[in-house]
Design a protein around this ligand. Structure first.
Ligand SMILES: Cc1cc2nc3c(=O)[nH]c(=O)nc-3n(C[C@H](O)[C@H](O)[C@H](O)COP(=O)(O)OP(=O)(O)OC[C@H]3O[C@@H](n4cnc5c(N)ncnc54)[C@H](O)[C@@H]3O)c2cc1C
Length: 573
């Protein structure tokens, strides 16, 4: 009896400790997902806020990817949404069915419109929530959602020195890291990925938006200023210069800046006399660094009769008859900064459109022909050379005289505008997409980032009620946006600082982020050897989980073990 009581007591205490530990970890995990990821907010799309729609007009400045997604969200919460877009043709029928690529002078404000674009699974998943018929409409113009069994997806990087499989096979979602096949489970039920050129993606979003949401309309013109009567009051309208030069005032109950790299929102707020919390000019909230990436891209429409010559190869693996079912291929060789500064990528988009990209940190000789490209990639320092099938593609395109057009660009510098540092922000002004944050585009995250911003806007609007936005709405939005997409900025910058040709942000040097770089080197080793880490990593890459989970105690412990083993090995020598 005496013995049993203490035993019972010990068991109760252990049980209580376990319960506390369990509920703490569940709460921390929920907190991290709620704040640092938008994935669990997708179910709020289409839900109405308490108190019905705002009766005024929401004005979206800029009608590209982020403008379209913002307008879709606002259509649920405002009686009317007006998208003001500077490029007139986007507001015409052609902007709804844009299958013509690479014609000169297209999208003079968005030069990358015709460049290679790839997307993370979050984007495709979210678009289904926003537009139930999106997949059907995308497929009408050849774009596709790719899921097993015809999915090929491959990421090869030089992080590890394990041997790689040289050829990608068709089969269920087939991701590889440094040539090592990765198996993982998704946090969501539909993890397929969109494969389509940017013109097809953007015009499809525009078409489904304008066809299905009658309270959204386009106005050709440029927003050039904001109207705010009281110093600390809301924005009352926007000033628009129409195409014929006439100036008009649009009254607005809500304004979203989606002007991309024009960063117009910051300028408009500056003109209204706003200052930072410390009383400085607004330039102070604009962080910028130059990664010095030179980027070259080419497109080929591969004729059907030579498809058989490209088989079996990465982008065109599988039987010819399977092509109609929509095989896609994505291969991206990202360099290890300790020994390489060039990248190479191949992606098969809608129909037989093939895109190839080459980029280099701090180099200045871009490939201008297929022969140049062959030379450049054969010199890449990777753990495994670029596989033969990639050269086969170049050879066949050359032999068959398939027209291939190269375009080269110096990638625009990275920019992050810290709106949270601005004093007296009008409650009814927000900015999303590139107008807030321009990441290094070699990582292809811009469209997903714009989408996460739009989903975040929806979440905060759903939490409001009544006909007046709470003061502080804008500040709350920018703070949550920073938690959810700010990691794209810090992680990208940390990687870019590994190259000595990067010019860092004002007040920083290239040593910033060295701890994170070392940490990620070990995570890279775990990705190919530890299924738990693979799983988490793939969900992070596709924005189904926040990057913070890569620093969870379980992964920290594994990284620490690798780090100690490394040090101990060196000590023994
Ligand atoms: C070379 C390159 C490759 C890329 N590859 C990828 C990729 O693979 N995957 C990916 O997801 N992202 C990629 N990106 C990034 C992606 O293209 C951008 O993130 C995306 O275009 C951002 O969309 P946005 O709507 O925010 O801005 P933008 O696309 O820049 O659109 C801004 C719009 O605002 C309009 N506008 C500007 N000023 C005004 C005004 N005053 N009034 C009214 N309208 C105005 C413009 O006409 C334009 O339509 C790449 C970028 C580059 C440079």
């Amino acid at each position: 009896m005496h013995l049993r009581l203490p035993l019972l007591g010990i068991l109760t205490i252990l049980g209580a400790i376990y319960l506390i530990y369990w509920s703490l970890s569940v709460s921390i995990s929920n907190f991290i997902f709620r704040n640092f990821s938008a994935v669990d907010d997708l179910r709020l799309i289409g839900k109405r806020r308490k108190g019905g729609k705002f009766q005024g007009v929401a004005v979206v400045s800029g009608g590209s990817i982020s403008g379209l997604l913002a307008a879709r969200i606002l259509s649920d919460h405002f009686k009317k949404v007006v998208i003001v877009e500077a490029e007139e043709w986007l507001t015409t029928e052609q902007g709804l069915w844009d299958g013509i690529r690479c014609s000169p002078k297209k999208r003079y404000k968005v030069f990358q419109y015709t460049f290679m674009h790839c997307y993370q699974a979050f984007l495709g998943h979210a678009l289904r929530y926003m537009f139930p018929d999106f997949q059907e409409e995308l497929e009408k113009v050849g774009g596709k959602y790719v899921l097993s069994p015809n999915t090929c997806f491959q990421v090869i990087s030089a992080y590890t020195n394990l041997t790689s499989e040289k050829r990608m096979a068709t089969g269920p979602f087939n991701a590889q890291f440094s040539g090592i096949p990765l198996t993982h489970e998704w946090r969501t039920e539909t993890p397929d990925i969109i494969f389509s050129t940017r013109p097809v993606l953007e015009s499809t979003i525009r078409r489904v938006l304008l066809n299905s949401f009658s309270n959204v309309e386009y106005l050709p013109g440029s927003v050039y200023s904001l109207v705010r009567a009281a110093k600390s009051g809301p924005i009352e309208g926007v000033l628009v210069r129409k195409l014929d030069g006439k100036k008009v005032t649009l009254s607005a109950e809500f304004v979203v800046d989606c002007t991309g790299s024009a960063y117009s929102g910051l300028r408009w707020l500056q003109e209204l006399g706003l200052r930072t919390e410390r009383g400085q000019a607004l330039d102070e909230v604009k962080e910028t660094y130059n990664h010095n990436v030179l980027y070259s891209f080419c497109e080929a429409d591969v004729p059907k009769h030579i498809l058989k010559d490209l088989r079996p190869s990465g982008a065109y693996a599988g039987k010819v008859e399977d092509h109609a079912k929509g095989i896609a291929g994505f291969h991206y060789w990202l360099p290890d900064a300790s020994r390489e500064r060039q990248l190479f990528g191949i992606v098969r988009q809608e129909n037989n459109i093939l895109h190839m990209a080459y980029g280099a940190w701090g180099l200045s000789k871009p490939p201008k022909t297929l022969a140049d490209l062959r030379d450049n990639i054969s010199g890449l320092s990777l753990n495994e050379p670029v596989p033969e099938w990639a050269y086969d593609i170049l050879d066949t395109l050359e032999k068959e005289n398939v027209p291939v057009k190269f375009e080269t660009v110096r990638m625009p510098p990275g920019v992050y505008i810290r709106y949270t540092g601005i004093k007296d922000l009008p409650a009814n002004f927000v900015a999303i997409g590139d107008s807030v944050h321009k990441a290094n585009a070699v990582r292809g995250q811009g469209c997903t980032k714009a989408c996460i911003d739009a989903v975040t806007l929806n979440t905060l609007l759903c939490r409001t009620s009544g006909q007046t936005l709470p003061t502080g709405f804008s500040r709350r939005f920018f703070a949550l946006q920073d938690k959810r997409t700010g990691a794209i900025w810090s992680a990208g910058k940390t990687e870019d600082y590994a190259w000595d040709t990067t010019i860092p942000c004002k007040g920083e040097d290239l040593a910033v982020g060295s701890f994170a770089r070392t940490y990620m080197k070990y995570v890279g080793q775990l990705i190919v050897s530890d299924p738990e880490v693979t799983n988490i990593f793939m969900n992070v890459v596709h924005f189904f989980a926040p990057g913070l989970v890569l620093f969870s105690p379980r992964i920290l412990r594994k990284v620490l073990r690798l780090w100690i083993a490394d040090r101990w090995g060196k000590f023994r020598l």
